[in-house]
Design a protein around this ligand. Structure first.
Ligand code: GRG
Length: 296
């Protein structure tokens, strides 16, 4: 294992890609077009931030890498499914994702819906197959990820987001929507590693919970800033799409300067939380900074 986290990022990314490859049916497996689309939606690029958060939290707590693979893979599968749905004509109607045609453009709308539909249960199958973890971990992870993905998590956030188009949300309402739409899966990534640590001290669990909440909201504010300031060929999706759809976003409601200030404030709050872990939190610190500084 390389010494610095920067160097380990590449090996963790390679690792989760290999586990994703093993979890997904071969592209040639019948019905091949569906399996091709599922693989396209997962392997068309992607920073793998959520799996990296799982592994970094595991490093912070001293949880064995092998048991982290299941939540890392499952959460990335859920993320991939949400992006496919998010890009559909009935949602954000986007042609470009990660610099490539979206799944419904590359294949067709029905295949894209089905591919996303099939990625979601595959995630739970991966969690159900977890081995070598403390007793009861598998079912706890299923519940954690289900809640993060469902109506009290990501799907609920997306529903609020769509209903807010053309409206003016207050700061609290906006951050609540971000906490659900984007924050819930980020939060689940961190909490999944906590669940795999038997007998984790309540104080440490609380600190990581707060870290996860801050960084989840910061992630979406940064995504909004990139939509305003980024260039399509760099961010890999259509720049300016939020304004086009009259989305309620941080920059639209409070301006880019205030969005940056809030992002930095949330980052600082998140970093302050990590103090009690000392050097073992270096990977999480690195990822928190990356989330706020990233260019795509
Ligand atoms: C229909 C059950 C059901 C769920 C779908 C569409 C949807 C509900 C939720 C969408 C949630 C969503 C797309 C939130 C945005 C999150 C976000 C900022 C995504 C970009 O994440 P990155 O930057 O992407 O990690 P990469 O490409 O690096 O993986």
């Amino acid at each position: 294992m390389p010494h610095t986290f920067e160097a380990r990022i590449a090996s963790y990314t390679e690792r989760v890609n290999a586990r994703l490859d093993a979890a997904l049916p071969r592209a040639s497996t019948h019905p091949a077009r569906l399996h091709e689309a599922m693989r396209y939606g997962v392997f068309n690029g992607g920073k793998r931030v959520r799996p990296l958060l799982v592994y970094a939290t595991g490093e912070c707590l001293g949880v064995d890498g092998e048991v982290l693979d299941a939540p890392a893979v499952a959460i990335e599968l859920i993320h991939a499914f949400s992006l496919i749905h998010d890009d559909l004509p009935a949602m954000d109607d986007d042609d470009l994702r990660r610099g490539k045609p979206t799944v419904h453009i590359e294949f067709d709308e029905a295949t894209a819906i089905l591919a996303a539909d099939a990625l979601q249960p595959l995630a739970f199958s991966v969690l159900a197959g977890l081995e070598g973890a403390p007793a009861g971990s598998s079912i706890k992870l299923v519940r954690l990820v289900a809640d993060a993905c469902g109506s009290i998590g990501m799907t609920g956030g997306q529903s609020i987001d769509l209903a807010a188009e053309g409206k003016t949300l207050g700061r609290e309402q906006l951050e609540h929507m971000y906490a659900l739409k984007t924050g819930a899966l980020i939060h689940a990534s961190i909490v999944s590693a906590c669940l795999l640590h038997e007998g984790l001290a309540a104080e440490k669990a609380t600190v990581l919970d707060r870290f996860a909440r801050s960084i989840g909201i910061a992630f979406q504010i940064k995504d909004d800033i990139l939509d305003v300031e980024g260039e399509t060929h760099i961010i890999g999706k259509t720049a300016g799409a939020d304004e086009l759809h009259h989305k309620s976003t941080y920059p639209a409601l409070f301006g880019v300067g205030e969005s940056r200030r809030r992002c930095d404030e949330l980052l600082q709050r998140a970093l302050d939380e990590l103090q009690i872990f000392g050097d073992s939190a270096a990977p999480l610190e690195w990822l928190a900074r990356f989330i706020v500084a990233r260019g795509k």
